[in-house]
Design a protein around this ligand. Structure first.
Ligand SMILES: Cc1ncc(COP(=O)(O)O)c(C=O)c1O
Length: 402
């Protein structure tokens, strides 16, 4: 804790905010929270310039799909703009139940619950189930919402190195020799890691989880719509539905909306509805968002061309980046990092891409491990061959600049 020079006690909250180095930097120059003035499909406009969006999670490119837009419009006209309350009290609507049933059927699960944010869904999938006295094995690189869920649970957390079943096995084996051996155990991981683009090594990891009887929670925010039969996600991709107890995720990626879901056995979902504070006390998903996600799920199933195009683009895009000699951190999915290794390089590379009309996101330590500072890019089904050519030119230009 930093103490101020002239006062006796710790800094006040206001002093802490004023003295925060990252906030000072942000006030001087702000490469995050950049507002776009307009958007059509994967083209955004900022300061009068059109740019290709190369960092969106709209993997299937459905946010402007006519059926999705029309469904959202019709839902707002029918239900108003908000349910203005929690599901547990005044906020439950027929459209929630409809979306939950559709998602559960798609994922081959008995039941599902939708929240107003993916962050809430994933946090609740951990916080509602883990508790003090439990041991949770967690991949070191899980999303912040899962860490927050773990903190709230007060369970003991054992981190294993990223996507490393051998490390998980060693840690679990050691724990089995301690008094914590008899504690209830959980495993928390992601299906696709959004920063790295890695697919979880699920068969090997689940073999360890089975040995140690772990209740498994898998966040598939970036696997849903991207992996598995028709986009059914990472668990389906590996045929391991029976092993994973809960799948949670977001409606803000492939489902072209905002919100989140948790899917599993009925008794688990009802347990969360009865015991999960975030589920009980937070306002329900709004009608427009639910309708957009529901329509996007229909489109995902009736128009497989978006899924096919996403993967064709992913292959072309990663081949192009590799031919330019970039380090892609072994990405296997449409989420493709370009690892540059220092904050300065990342900044100048990002600037050069902006100059050439390509919008990406900087991700620097501590958000990524030291030395892994990177540009986060994500390709989508909407990128055309012409976009890919423009992106390739911009990448070559940016590489030269740094
Ligand atoms: C892995 C993962 N889980 C959960 C979330 C939270 O989802 P949302 O942004 O819809 O709240 C995100 C969002 O970035 C994510 O990447």
């Amino acid at each position: 804790m930093a103490f101020s020079l002239f006062s006796s006690g710790p800094p006040s909250v206001r002093e802490r905010c004023r003295d925060d180095a990252a906030t000072k930097l942000r006030l001087r120059y702000a490469p995050y929270y950049l507002p776009m003035d307009a958007q059509t499909g994967n083209k955004v406009r900022r300061d009068g310039r059109e740019m290709i969006m190369l960092a969106s999670n709209d993997y299937l490119g459905l946010t402007f799909h006519p059926k999705v837009v029309e469904a959202a419009r019709a839902a707002v006209l029918k239900w108003g703009t908000s349910p203005t309350g929690a599901r547990s009290s005044n906020g439950s609507r027929a459209y929630h139940v409809e979306l939950e049933e559709k998602l559960a059927a798609f994922l081959g699960r008995e039941a599902c619950h939708v929240h107003a944010a993916g962050y809430l869904s994933c946090l609740s999938s951990v916080a509602a189930f883990a508790q003090k006295g439990d041991v949770v094995f967690a991949d070191k690189n899980i999303h912040s919402c899962l860490w927050d869920g773990l903190r709230l649970s007060n369970a003991e957390v054992e981190r294993f190195s990223h996507n490393n079943p051998d490390d998980f096995r060693a840690i679990a084996a050691h724990l089995a020799t301690t008094p914590a051996a008899s504690a209830p155990k959980l495993l928390v991981l992601e299906g696709v890691y959004s920063m790295e683009g890695h697919i979880a090594r699920l068969p090997e990891i689940m073999a360890v989880a089975r040995e140690h009887k772990c209740f498994t929670v898998l966040d598939d925010a970036h696997g849903f719509g991207v992996l598995g039969k028709g986009g059914r996600g990472t668990v389906n991709h590996f045929g391991l539905d029976a092993d994973v107890d809960l799948v949670c995720g977001s409606l803000s990626k492939s489902l072209a909306s905002t919100g989140g879901f948790v899917a599993g056995d009925r008794e688990l979902i009802e347990y969360m509805r009865t015991n999960g504070k975030q589920t009980i006390f937070s306002a329900a998903l709004s009608p427009g968002q639910a309708a957009a996600a529901s329509a996007a799920l229909d489109v995902l199933q009736s128009e497989p061309q978006h899924f096919d195009r996403l993967w064709a683009n992913t292959k072309k895009y990663t081949a192009m980046l590799k031919s330019l000699g970039f380090d892609l951190w072994g990405s296997e999915t449409p989420a493709v990092p370009i690892v540059l290794g220092s904050k300065e390089k990342v900044y100048w590379f990002w600037q050069a891409l902006q100059e050439k009309g390509v919008f990406t996101v900087m991700s620097i330590s501590p958000a990524v491990p030291i030395g892994k500072d990177l540009i986060r890019t994500a390709i989508s089904a909407l990128h055309t061959d012409e976009d890919l050519e423009r992106i390739a030119e911009a990448m070559a230009y940016a590489r030269k600049k740094i």
